[in-house]
Design a protein around this ligand. Structure first.
Ligand SMILES: [Zn+2]
Length: 357
């Protein structure tokens, strides 16, 4: 939270951006200031996010085989998962994929949340690597349901780690929670005229456009009345979060604990939102995405604060057999340029000016 002085200064800065700052820099500066104010407004309005009971696991080269077997067993017996990823922003290059958070939903609202550290995996020929591959094989199989805040596109840059393939991502039974939440909100909050002095919280009265996607942070604020901090977005999630990875001082441990909590909370807040939606009998629908040629696919930022894949590529959505068909036009994907990694391509304009919040 900002001090009163810092807050006033930020508001003043936003209203008095120098004319010498122009173009992209002006947009970036504006969105940084706006985000700072938004973060402050939420943190001073709502109590911090509180997760339901869960058991966290670090998954990396130090994770015992026995633990991996237990996770595989839990994943086999359950149906539902939430998934999120974190990447590290590297200036003028593709985001570096570094974390996958995989939550295994269990009965009684309990869950196991895995923080899978991609930069600290066991070697490919190791039994632990094979067990981890098996875990993804189970989660991405057709009888499971995976909730993601957005599309599966954010997983594409993780293919290089060889834990799963493009075909497997393509086969995920995806529930795009970001889209589903928007539908849910519109069903729950139909516009009402202000006769009883009630404050209307329909999308339009909240100032959201019909085409605008919801950030996870805004959804947590309005649905759960809690503050989900996004201050640590794009931090160095690749430094090795598990205290077992290497010796750490207590301040290093504290810093890693904060990053870990941040990563866990994305899945845990999705879980709470799902429970709310289920309690109100919301009917979730799966998303079937038309295959997009892999070599045309863009590297997608994982942060829900950044522009979503659906916004980069205009999509045609229509309902058929109660399922949402999300057809991305191939022509929209052609303006790509090769990046250092031969396995995927990126757009040259995926920078901060495109942020949606
Ligand atoms: Zn309204």
């Amino acid at each position: 939270m900002l001090s009163k002085e810092e807050y006033n200064k930020t508001v003043w800065q936003l209203e008095h951006i120098s004319r010498e700052i122009t173009g992209r820099y002006r947009k970036n500066f504006r969105s940084t200031l706006k985000r700072k104010i938004h973060e402050h407004d939420l943190s001073s309005t709502y109590p911090p996010f509180e997760p339901l009971p869960y058991i966290p696991y670090f998954v990396n080269r130090t994770t015992p085989e026995q633990t991996l077997h237990q996770l595989i067993e839990a994943a086999t017996t359950t149906i539902e998962f939430t998934l999120d990823t974190e990447s590290v922003n590297i200036y003028r290059t593709a985001n570096k994929p570094v974390l996958i958070q995989l939550q295994i939903l269990l009965p009684h609202n309990l869950s196991l949340v895995n923080v899978i550290e991609m930069c600290h995996l066991p070697p490919e020929n190791h039994i632990r690597f094979k067990l981890l591959k098996q875990l993804f094989q189970i989660v991405f199989s057709e009888e499971k349901q995976v909730y993601i805040w957005g599309s599966t596109a954010e997983l594409l840059s993780f293919i290089t780690f060889k834990l799963f393939s493009y075909e497997q991502i393509d086969g995920i039974n995806l529930i795009n929670l970001q889209d589903q939440f928007k539908t849910y909100w519109n069903q729950q909050h139909i516009h009402k005229s202000n006769e009883e002095n009630d404050i209307c919280i329909c999308e339009s009265c909240l100032g959201k456009q019909p085409s605008e996607t919801w950030s996870l942070q805004d959804s947590v604020a309005l649905e759960l009345h809690e503050y989900l901090s996004k201050v640590l977005t794009n931090q160095s999630f690749d430094i090795g979060l598990d205290p077992n990875l290497h010796h750490m001082s207590s301040s290093e441990k504290n810093h890693r604990q904060r990053l870990t909590t941040y990563a866990l909370h994305d899945c845990l807040s999705m879980h709470k939102i799902i429970i709310n939606m289920k309690n109100k009998n919301f009917q979730f629908s799966f998303e079937i995405t038309k295959k997009i040629p892999y070599d045309l696919m863009e590297s997608i930022s994982s942060s829900d604060d950044e522009i979503m894949f659906s916004q980069l590529t205009p999509s045609i959505e229509r309902l058929e057999n109660d399922q949402t068909l999300n057809i991305n036009e191939q022509e929209q994907l052609t303006s790509t340029s090769t990046c250092g990694n031969p396995n995927w391509k990126i757009t040259s304009t995926n920078d901060k000016q495109l942020t949606s919040q």
